[in-house]
Write a protein that binds this ligand. Structure first.
Ligand SMILES: [Zn+2]
Length: 214
């Protein structure tokens, strides 16, 4: 808001304000006074009322449904963060009213917003290979936690070295990845005393030792 008389002074005092609500809009009407020239003028700001949209948030294997209020003119894109009653989530895609799936859309065209929770830790698999026998775990890690090939890791009374990291997209035999992108880590047992980190208290599920089929 700026004064229309003295070349855009922004030193403005609000004398009165009221809000008028229609079906789709909310209009804030102001009676204003310029502190520089004492000119009195009116201004109004039109705000489009938010509407409720369907939101489906996946949390690992489950998904939950809720609604979220968004202004119909807002553009949303995959990767945007939403805060709903299900916590923080990251948009993955949109289903439009014509059933198309897209990565970016104007809110009013959207039927359902699909997102994945970023409030919960990432659950990844760990497989340690002992000559034909595999010990499997599921561990819950902070989404930003990085695992690198060659990391030496302790889990329970075992120490293993990371050999392969399987991410959502590929298998890696070098480099590192964040837990949010990792599906499974494959390791070989080593006889070291020292290790880079201990995942014992991150274990969510422990699978009994299974013999590989011959
Ligand atoms: Zn003025």
């Amino acid at each position: 808001m700026e004064c229309p008389v003295c070349s855009g002074s922004e030193d403005i005092k609000i004398l009165k304000s009221k809000t008028v609500s229609s079906k789709t809009n909310e209009i804030n009407e102001f009676l204003l006074e310029c502190n520089d020239c004492n000119h009195i003028f009116k201004e109004s700001i039109i705000l489009e009322k938010p509407k409720s949209f369907r939101l489906i948030v996946s949390e690992n294997a489950n998904s939950k449904r809720t609604n979220i209020d968004i202004c119909p003119d807002d553009r949303l894109s995959a990767g945007n963060i939403l805060i709903s009653d299900l916590g923080k989530s990251e948009i993955t895609s949109f289903e439009l009213k014509n059933n198309k799936r897209v990565k970016s859309a104007i809110a009013k065209d959207i039927d359902t917003i699909w997102a994945s929770s970023i409030d919960i830790p990432s659950r990844i698999g760990i497989s340690i290979n002992f000559k034909g026998i595999t010990q499997g775990y599921k561990v819950d890690l902070d989404r930003e936690f990085k695992i690198s090939v060659e990391d030496v890791v302790k889990i329970e009374d075992r120490i293993f070295k990371v050999r392969v990291i399987k991410t959502l997209k590929k298998k890696m035999v070098k480099g590192s990845a964040k837990a949010s992108f990792i599906r499974r880590v494959y390791g070989d047992p080593v006889n070291y005393k020292n290790y880079d980190y201990d995942l014992t208290n991150k274990i969510a599920i422990k699978k009994e030792i299974t013999k590989k089929r011959l």
